[in-house]
Design a protein around this ligand. Structure first.
Ligand SMILES: O=P(O)(O)OC[C@H]1O[C@H](O[C@H]2O[C@H](CO)[C@@H](O)[C@H](O)[C@H]2O)[C@H](O)[C@@H](O)[C@@H]1O
Length: 983
């Protein structure tokens, strides 16, 4: 695949831990199984919307809730039970000691009730009937000790069919029945976003997709035949899924332990509570994590074909990109992190930090939900792996200077791709009659009351405890709201471990939350009022959920950290159609991805750690009586702004933006890879130089621009040999050889030679200037230009940056002195307008602990300088293998060359009254006679700029990704320039 046109037909392989659909053994509710030879349910597309058969999990990214089947819908709704008093309710409960919910929801028909909800919650007296605000948990309710939330505990179990007649699948039989159902565990946000994109019609969009993932059920006991039959069924059109088969125990170690107990908290910035949580940052289950990732790599390798784009999703698969590369996947690979990414100070606590980062860096593009997460990732890579972090991504160093692989590093793009929802589909869903019916029921039940709604996972990260506590403070501070406001909190089971004997932090937390809920309810309840209604997700249908969001006066998210928070986007859309100014208010934690977008600043932001502040915000959200025109208008405008952003940041934009960039990044990286597949950047060597010489030979005017150190002159080698003694450069035979080549080039009157350097005007450049007075020199990366001597006019050094604020230099040197003290044999080189830190003066090919230490120090130093001075003074840092340079942003060789080429530029030679370049020949100013430019440089910016000239032959010597027309091996620069000098 060498051109972008190939991408019009590409297939996207979406790797995500769970497939969108799963296999359930036995027949479905209607007694049907899914025959092997019948076409699967198809997903028809109309206006880009999925109209796949129900039940479907639309816009439920945080947990998959399903529509209830027909049994639960209008018939029940239209006969909603009469409003009962708490006395009646308690009487009912005493008749039904299990506390089984009496809501219209037919729980048995909700297959997710047995998956996402622990028995302890789904059957506990804490569950309550949505339609009855007066009902609730008995005040003394507590979770029994043995209860634990086991998020996926039953997910891989075969006993999911409790809603039907007992079923014992005959797994040994030749053809056990099975059917296909939506997978409760798949990332609903991702699935909805992918489904919102047309994979067949649009140009420059993927034509096909293939999901790769696990089923989310236990499969150890499945025969090979059953595996084959189910794999074949899911592969077919309509499902387009490839199953990754993982042993149950391996999956459990990977998912329940490593993902949920190590990665989940760490990536959400949770500090280990050592020594209580011994497994927090170090876990033997990493081995299982590796195995699961490897299974994915093996499976993808089998189906991967040229032209595919592989899209790896989320923290469960951080090792996969590098494994795919190792397995020989040569096409584009993208990695998207759906959850948060912490600062390096937290990430560095993970014992397997290097492996995880290197795994992700196997991708061409690594995407995050917010700029902060992306920045953390870049800094973490730079600090932990000592690689170069640039605003656009990570430059991997490749091999060290001097080795045969020197400079052959790879670039990994890092970008921000905020996830969004499928707004059109949500609107379609809310128009369904049962949603309206539930809206009517809720309005009647909660008439005269303010409704606050929340839906969160029951773990430390999503801050339910903080929310409940803040709500209590609110009721205390504003007694006028007692009896008038209800918080309906939908609880998603948390990521608790499976081990039956472990008392987990989560079970303690849930205990704490439910105790607090009980205590608040006992404090503020009356005969007809209960302030908090606590519901497990399994007790809420999707229609009820949409109705709740529609009726809510406020929606509150108190996450302590979160990747995005798409439920808030749903809330915003569902406020549509309300009377102007009556839209509900969003109260949103500042620590969510959603909050970090400008478009979301119209909500009420809260710090969830600040209970009083949150309580005040609840008051603010509810107290907006909309009585005066300004308030009405203000409320409406705020909601309108939120809606604008939700529409703008759609799921479709997320998918097409990420995949489009991933393909382009891969193409760019191909160009930058020596001998890359695209073949678009040829190596200019002896065999090909003839192609350039054809034109060169006939030019009467040639501009030669060549980098000195690192390109024409291997300075470091000699300096190392001479132990970096002062003024050693001027005696270097390599410098003399370089001067000789420049002399030969300059001897031809048709050539105007310019040397480009990062060195100061003294030292080596002083020697060049003395030996070759009539060539031009750019020193200190563009800070100084020495004009050429021609026609008797003396040359002179021009300061290009006389007006620049250089106060940053002393602070920078001070910081570097600190690092120098800790890094043996390092030193600071202060230049006029830049500072260099040489952190390694030993053997450049050495890979010792000392050198690694020096590189880590360098990464650390770069980050300190960048964070404290970079933005303030507009500095950039250019890292090298053994040193890095700190220089103002607006100084570059490219700018200097611009000044040389531009007649009115600052390099205008004062004596000639013309620009440095045109001083020799006015005709050049018009470009008429500018027949040929030869540029040999490692400066990509400069080469790109020169590419704009038709007559330029640009050659990159950096070994990195390049837009130059040619690549040139540094070792051959002298020899090739001699060829040019002779023609
Ligand atoms: O619980 P897991 O199976 O380990 O999955 C983690 C969560 O993934 C999804 O949420 C994340 O992605 C969402 C969409 O990009 C984003 O809005 C959210 O903030 C992320 O946490 C999934 O929706 C959750 O149910 C999973 O718990």
């Amino acid at each position: 695949m060498s051109s972008s046109s190939s991408f019009r037909n590409y297939r996207v392989v979406i790797a995500s831990l769970f497939l969108p659909n799963t296999i359930v053994l036995g027949t479905d509710g209607s007694g049907k199984s899914t025959p092997d030879n019948v076409a699967p349910r198809t997903t028809s597309k109309a206006n880009g919307l999925s109209s796949s058969a129900k039940p479907k999990d639309i816009n439920m990214p945080e947990v998959v809730l399903r529509l209830q089947n027909d049994k639960t819908k209008p018939a029940v709704l239209s006969r909603a039970p009469p409003l009962k008093s708490i006395v009646e309710d308690l009487r009912d409960r005493s008749r039904h000691p299990t506390g089984a919910p009496t809501s219209p929801v037919n729980e048995s028909s909700n297959p997710f009730s047995k998956i996402n909800t622990p028995t302890s919650m789904s059957k506990s007296p804490s569950t309550t009937d949505l339609t009855s605000p007066t009902k609730g948990p008995p005040l003394s309710y507590r979770i029994p000790n043995q209860r634990r939330l086991r998020r996926r505990a039953s997910s891989r179990s075969l006993s999911r069919r409790s809603d039907h007649a007992p079923y014992s699948p005959d797994l040994d039989g030749p053809n056990p029945d099975f059917h296909i159902e939506p997978n409760a565990h798949c990332n609903g946000g991702l699935k909805n976003a992918v489904d919102s994109v047309s994979f067949s019609t649009a140009r420059a969009q993927p034509r096909k997709k293939m999901w790769v993932g696990t089923l989310g059920v236990e499969t150890d006991s499945w025969s090979d035949t059953l595996r084959q039959r189910t794999s074949t069924r899911l592969r077919a059109g309509g499902y387009e899924s490839e199953v990754v088969w993982v042993e149950d125990a391996v999956f459990e170690g990977c998912y329940d332990e490593f993902c949920h107990q190590v990665l989940w908290p760490a990536l959400h910035y949770a500090i280990p509570d050592a020594p209580k949580t011994t497994m927090f940052y170090e876990s033997a289950s990493f081995k299982q994590y590796v195995k699961v990732n490897q299974k994915f790599a093996d499976t993808i390798k089998q189906i991967w074909r040229e032209g595919d784009v592989v899209w790896v999703n989320d923290y469960h698969l951080m090792l996969l990109p590098a494994m795919l590369r190792a397995a020989g996947v040569t096409g584009p690979i993208g990695f998207f992190m759906h959850i948060a990414f912490p600062s390096s100070e937290i990430f560095r606590c993970l014992s397997v930090r290097d492996k995880l980062l290197k795994g992700m860096l196997g991708a061409d593009l690594v995407g995050f939900q917010t700029a902060n997460f992306a920045r953390h990732f870049r800094q973490t890579c730079s600090r932990i792996l000592a690689v170069e972090a640039l605003p656009r991504g990570i430059q991997l160093m490749g091999e060290e200077e001097g080795s045969s692989q020197e400079g052959k590093g790879r670039f990994v793009d890092v970008g921000v791709y905020p996830m969004g929802i499928d707004v059109a589909l949500l609107r379609e869903r809310r128009r369904e009659p049962e949603v309206s019916e539930w809206i009517a029921v809720l309005k009647q039940r909660y008439a005269g009351m303010k409704l606050i709604v929340g839906r969160d996972k029951m773990d430390e990260i999503q801050g339910v405890k903080q929310k409940i506590q803040a709500f209590e403070v609110f009721l205390e501070k504003h007694p006028e709201y007692q009896g008038k406001v209800v918080l309906i909190q939908i609880a998603i089971p948390s990521n608790a471990p499976r081990s039956p004997n472990t008392a987990t932090p989560n079970s303690a937390l849930i205990d704490q939350i439910l105790t607090t809920v009980s205590s608040i309810n006992s404090r503020f309840s009356t005969l007809t009022y209960q302030p908090i209604v606590f519901l497990p997700t399994s007790d809420v249908t999707y229609s009820q959920y949409l109705a709740l969001l529609t009726c809510a006066d406020a929606f509150i998210v108190t996450s302590l950290r979160e990747g995005m928070a798409l439920r808030t986007h749903e809330f915003v859309v569902l406020q549509e159609g309300k009377e102007r100014g009556k839209q509900g208010v969003l109260v949103l934690s500042e620590f969510t991805g959603s909050w970090s977008f400008r478009g979301f600043r119209s909500c009420i932001g809260i710090n969830p750690w600040d209970k009083t502040g949150t309580a005040n915000s609840i008051y603010e959200a509810l107290n907006d009586t909309c009585s005066d025109v300004d308030a009405v208008e203000g409320r409406y405008r705020r909601w309108e702004e939120l809606l604008g952003w939700v529409e703008e940041q759609s799921g479709q934009k997320f998918v097409t933006g990420f995949l489009g960039r991933c393909s382009r990044a891969w193409q760019e990286h191909q160009r930058g890879t020596e001998g890359g597949n695209s073949g678009s950047v040829d190596v200019l060597d002896r065999s090909k130089v003839g192609r350039v010489l054809v034109q060169w030979r006939h030019c009467t005017r040639r501009l030669v621009l060549v980098d000195l150190e690192g390109t024409l002159w291997d300075r470091e080698k000699y300096r190392f040999k001479m132990k970096f003694k002062k003024d050693v450069d001027v005696q270097d035979p390599g410098l003399k050889a370089a001067i000789e080549i420049l002399r030969q080039l300059n001897a031809d009157k048709r050539n105007e030679v310019w040397v480009l350097s990062g060195l100061t005007v003294q030292g080596a450049l002083g020697v060049v200037a003395r030996e070759l007075p009539d060539i031009g020199i750019v020193a200190e990366n563009g800070c100084f230009i020495k004009t050429r001597t021609r026609r008797g006019q003396p040359s002179q050094w021009i300061n290009m940056v006389g007006n620049l604020n250089m106060t940053w230099k002393s602070s920078c040197v001070e910081m570097l002195n600190y690092f120098t003290e800790r890094t043996p044999n390092s030193f600071v080189e202060e230049r006029q307008t830049s500072v260099v830190w040489r952190f390694w003066t030993g053997d450049p090919t050495e890979d010792s602990a000392d050198r690694q230490w020096a590189r880590r120090q360098a990464a650390e130093a770069q980050n300190h300088i960048f964070d404290s001075l970079g933005e303030r003074y507009g500095l950039r840092i250019i890292p090298g293998a053994n040193s890095f340079l700190v220089i103002p942003n607006n100084i570059s060789r490219s700018t200097a060359v611009g000044a040389i080429l531009h007649p009115g530029g600052p390099a205008q030679a004062p004596l000639s009254g013309r620009s440095a370049w045109t001083s020799n020949d006015l005709a050049m100013a018009s470009g008429d006679d500018l027949e040929c430019v030869l540029a040999v440089s490692g400066d990509e910016k400069l080469l790109r700029r020169l590419n704009e000239l038709d007559t330029a032959e640009t050659c990159s010597t950096s070994g990195k990704g390049t837009d130059a027309k040619w690549r040139m091996d540094r070792a051959q620069v002298g020899e090739l320039l001699t060829v040019f000098a002779r023609v």
